[in-house]
Design a protein around this ligand. Structure first.
Ligand code: ADP
Length: 987
């Protein structure tokens, strides 16, 4: 197929790959290269990049242009896409025969405006990070005013966008401005300095120290640490981008965050603060992300505004018992300056904006964050946690940027107050899973088999959004592919698979559960180590700790424990579990297998107490510990927030391990009566926990529905019940829930949680409205929810990253569900491709009441499809299409379909590019229809002629209460006149 045909045939996929992220970065990079190659003229570029134009529209225009320019341009365009799109975005696109050498022309340089075009991709990357200096040069030479600078440096722009705006601006100022900019770049290069560093004035010793720091950071971060115990996996080979999002809505920024954006300006909520927080669940890839940042900084690829980057691990800092000053903390824990310590530290203090501190695992610090002890002198010594807290909240080393990584549970209001912004790490996207599995397996046929097997088990696919589980699944591909029917469904199943995988490497038996029996002592010893230390927030173990629990050299060799980086010396070694979730898993195994476990342990484990409120660290576990350890804990008596999430994970595993389907596995290692007792106890705890939730539901105000907002811990209990895989437990739990509306907005619900929710909620006794707004359900999650769709009368999935694919499956099931009457899908990724399904739903379900599709990408085409369904539907009351792009043609089609509706009460076409032609068509609904009460047409481009049609129609209609027309194309006088004529029009 020729390149031109390929562009045409793959149009939808290309648009999706370029725009679905919502960020303009890919499109802009493509434009840079096409300009540089001379395939686009400057005028072409300007015609596409019209301010305020939708990203999709720009991309469509580019595709049209490329197509009309012929085969060669199409070839080059495809080659450019291949270069620009990250691997997973480009999956599914075909680029045969498109191996143009894109670099060839970049070499060409001449000191003229043409250079700005031919060298554009290089110049964009070079200018990032030194925009300030370049602007200064242009202001000094009189080419730029401060207004020009402000325009270039608008905070909504990413660094690369600022660089592009700078280039465009310079070009518009003429040849002489271009020369100043090119000279600036040339001078910097001749000095042999990276453009973005103020290095010409750096002291020699400082530069030497900087090199030492970056080479040690590079060495520490180039392998993926958790592979340390088993195999060495270069981070470059396996690193797969995770999904990063801003925690707070940011009007000017939609789309994925890049690594630079984490500490960059975008999404900043408090400019005074220095600390950026990245939060994510255990195993979501936080440490790996930080490791990637460290590696790329050390290589000079990202964050080059910072001359020094000091990495800290809170896990490691737990074992620092001395009091230290900031200077000692930096030099002793990160990198020791061989000479001139004082001068180097002075330089750091004088240039705080050039320094970045990173703190991995704040959740693992023994002490909870507090701002009680203030400290501002960097030479004053203090306990480590006090230093840390003062650094984070900015009393110490003000101006130094700090990047803190933590699990969300421990981020309380005191810490939130000190944050510059919060970024959420949400694990892998579906294409990320694909990409990771392909990277993990050198053999593409194995990768394809693993992926195919995941497609047949969507519960497992859901789990793979968590990178640590995706890693286990990939690592255990042999077990996975060999297990057929019994393929893993729950998190416990996945961890049992890795247990089997590691143990069988050392095992002589492979039949039945022999592998477990053979290694039961090892499992007990590791379990004891995990269990005893997890309650004490201890993740690093000395040789002596291992010995106390009977862990031998042979046990270590199995691979569950790895040596702690930077903590081990020639005399003493320190270990940690491969991942904290494995420590939780072994702790759970110990609880299940051990005879000595006190009854109260399981009970306390499931109590929904916030551990922060208990005050004394580890207090709940002391009941079953030897008295010496008990004393130690009571003596220490510190507060921690770190326990709760780990204990929740441990409890989830205990539920899974004690489920009936796994009990036969433990019989050779412990008495079945004991197991049965423990299992019943877990069941009772879960049931009690649920009831506690239900009791908290307030009685509804008269006339309102009974509604339950999920309290912290509700989703966790649901997940524990799912792990048990016993429908009678789910049934029992739901038998006592009596609500009309279940609200789970902002509950961090992804595909895994959806699986568990559907498993439990399907047993509800009467239908509910299920509100899951503002989570990360996605297409996989939607599919997981299907088993409970029959019990949902309304489903609210606003802002959940759902695309047409998910909708197709949802509707296929929804049509068969009697109760299903309302759906809200505001702000997802829907296009015209989903409207045929809604049309089918409207045709088939003559009791469907409400369809809300606001803020998606539906055009006139989609509206026409919807109209087909609306024409024959006799039940719909609410139709919301706010913020789509249906235009006049779409409005006409809808109007025609709704003219004779006897049920529609509310219609919103706000912000849809509807003009007077559309308004006149909609006037026909008002003329003929007898049910409509409210029509929303705010933010369109309706003129006087359109409003006159509406007024005329209203003369014959008494039912309509209001038509909203704010922000249309009307003058003040027209608004006044029309309000007088028809008070039901609201301007
Ligand atoms: P967290 O710090 O959130 O608990 P980790 O970063 O330790 O999670 O990730 C756990 C494991 O998941 C890693 O050891 C690695 O195997 C895998 N992993 C996480 N993130 C990525 C990534 N971006 N690319 C490849 N593998 C990853």
């Amino acid at each position: 197929m020729c390149a031109q045909e390929l562009v045409l045939k793959q149009r939808t996929q290309i648009l999706h790959a370029l725009c679905s992220s919502g960020s303009a970065e890919y499109l802009e990079r493509v434009l840079d290269i096409l300009l540089a190659q001379g395939e686009l003229m400057w005028e072409d570029y300007q015609n596409i990049q019209v301010t305020g134009r939708e990203l999709y529209t720009k991309a469509r225009q580019l595709l049209d242009l490329v197509y009309t320019k012929g085969v060669d341009t199409c070839k080059l365009f495809l080659a450019t896409l291949r270069q620009v799109l990250p691997e997973e975005q480009g999956l599914g696109l075909s680029f045969p025969g498109c191996l143009f050498n894109l670099n060839g022309k970049d070499e060409h340089k001449s000191i003229s405006a043409q250079t700005l075009l031919t060298g554009r991709p290089i110049l964009v990357s070079k200018l990032q990070g030194c925009i300030d200096d370049a602007l200064k040069a242009l202001v000094t030479s009189g080419h730029f005013t401060s207004a020009d600078c402000n325009e270039v440096q608008l905070p909504v722009y990413t660094p690369s966008q600022q660089a592009r705006r700078l280039l465009d601006h310079v070009r518009s100022k003429g040849e002489s401005a271009v020369n100043v900019l090119l000279q600036y770049i040339q001078q910097k290069q001749e000095l042999g300095l990276p453009l973005n560093q103020e290095k010409n004035s750096l002291p020699k010793e400082f530069v030497r120290y900087q090199k030492k720091l970056s080479s040690s950071l590079s060495a520490q971060s180039c392998f993926l640490s958790t592979y340390g115990g088993t195999s060495h996996m270069p981070l470059d080979d396996i690193y797969t981008e995770g999904q990063l999002e801003l925690a707070h809505d940011c009007v000017d920024f939609h789309g994925p965050l890049g690594l630079e954006d984490i500490v960059g300006m975008v999404g900043t909520t408090n400019e005074e603060a220095d600390t950026v927080l990245v939060s994510g669940e255990a195993g979501s890839g936080k440490s790996t992300l930080l490791q990637r940042l460290h590696l790329l900084w050390a290589r000079g690829v990202v964050l080059q505004n910072f001359l020094l980057l000091f990495p800290f691990s809170c896990r490691g800092l737990n074992s620092e018992h001395r009091e230290l000053s900031v200077q000692e903390l930096l030099f002793q824990h990160c990198c020791w300056p061989d000479r001139e310590q004082e001068e180097i530290f002075q330089f750091i203090q004088d240039h705080p904006h050039l320094v970045l501190f990173t703190f991995d695992g704040l959740d693992e610090l023994k002490q909870s964050f507090s701002d009680e002890h203030r400290l501002c002198c960097p030479t004053q010594r203090a306990p480590i946690h006090i230093l840390l807290f003062n650094l984070i909240q900015g009393s110490l080393m003000k101006g130094v940027r700090k990047l803190v990584i933590s699990r969300p549970e421990v981020v309380g209001p005191v810490l939130k107050k000190c944050l510059r912004k919060e970024v959420l790490l949400k694990g892998f996207s579906p294409s990320g899973i694909n990409c990771f599995v392909r990277k993990h397996h050198n053999d593409p046929t194995v990768a394809a088999k693993v992926l195919a097997s995941l497609q047949t088990n969507t519960a497992l696919l859901g789990l793979c959004h968590s990178p640590v589980l995706c890693w286990i699944v990939s690592q255990c591909h042999k077990e996975l592919l060999g297990c057929g029917e019994g393929s893993p469904q729950t998190i416990t199943d996945v961890y049992l698979m890795i247990l089997q995988h590691f143990l069988q490497h050392q095992s002589s038996t492979t039949i039945g559960f022999g592998w477990l029996q053979e290694h039961q002592e090892t499992v007990r010893h590791l379990g004891q180590l995990a269990f005893e230390r997890i309650g004490a927030t201890c993740y690093i173990f000395s040789d002596a700790d291992l010995e106390t629990c009977g862990v031998t050299e042979k046990d270590i060799c199995l691979g569950f424990l790895i040596q702690s980086k930077g903590m081990s010396s020639a005399h003493s070694k320190h270990y940690e579990f491969l991942h904290v979730t494995l420590q939780c898993f072994f702790a759970a195994l110990y609880i299940v297998l051990s005879k000595n476990i006190n009854r109260s342990v399981i009970q306390k484990l499931f109590e929904l107490k916030d551990m922060r409120k208990i005050g004394k660290r580890g207090i709940w576990f002391t009941a079953c510990w030897p008295s010496s350890e008990k004393q130690e804990l009571v003596l220490e008596g510190e507060t921690t927030a770190a326990e709760t999430p780990n204990l929740h994970i441990t409890a989830t595993f205990v539920s899974g391990l004690l489920s009936r389907r796994h009990q036969s596995m433990w019989i050779p290692c412990c008495q079945s009566s004991v197991l049965e007792k423990k299992s019943r106890q877990v069941w009772r705890c879960l049931s009690k926990g649920m009831q506690k939730h239900f009791k908290s539901i307030p009685q509804p105000v008269e006339g309102e529905k009974k509604s339950m907002h999920a309290m912290p811990g509700f989703v966790w209990l649901v997940k524990c019940i799912y792990e048990m895989q016993e429908s009678r437990i789910a049934k029992d739990a739901m038998s006592k829930l009596d609500v009309d509306h279940l609200k789970l907005s902002y509950c961090n619900i992804g595909p895994v949680e959806c699986t568990a929710l559907a498993y439990v909620l399907q047993h509800l006794r009467s239908p509910v409205g299920l509100q899951l707004d503002n989570n990360s359900v996605g297409d996989v999650g939607v599919e997981q929810l299907l088993p409970c769709l029959h019990i949902c009368n309304s489903l609210y999935l606003r802002n959940n990253n759902i695309s047409d694919e998910g909708i197709c499956k949802l509707i296929a099931k929804g049509i068969q569900c009697e109760n299903f009457r309302k759906i809200a899908l505001f702000n997802n990724k829907l296009t015209d491709a989903c409207t045929q399904h809604f049309s089918h739903l409207l045709k088939t379900k003559q009791d469907f009441l409400s369809l809300r599709l606001g803020n998606n990408n539906i055009t006139a085409q989609g509206a026409k499809q919807l109209a087909e369904g609306l024409k024959v539907n006799h039940s719909l009351q609410f139709l919301g299409l706010w913020g789509n792009k249906i235009g006049d043609t779409g409005a006409e089609a809808l109007a025609k379909a709704l003219e004779s509706s006897k049920t529609l009460v509310w219609l919103s076409l706000v912000g849809n590019g509807v003009g007077s032609v559309g308004a006149c068509a909609l006037a026909n609904i008002i003329k003929n229809n007898t049910s409509l009460e409210e029509l929303w047409l705010t933010e369109n481009c309706i003129t006087r002629a359109g409003v006159e049609c509406l007024i005329e129609a209203l003369e014959h209609n008494t039912r309509v209460k209001s038509i909203w027309l704010r922000n249309n194309d009307l003058s003040l006088e027209e608004v006044e006149e029309m309000t007088r004529l028809e008070p039901r029009l609201i301007f």
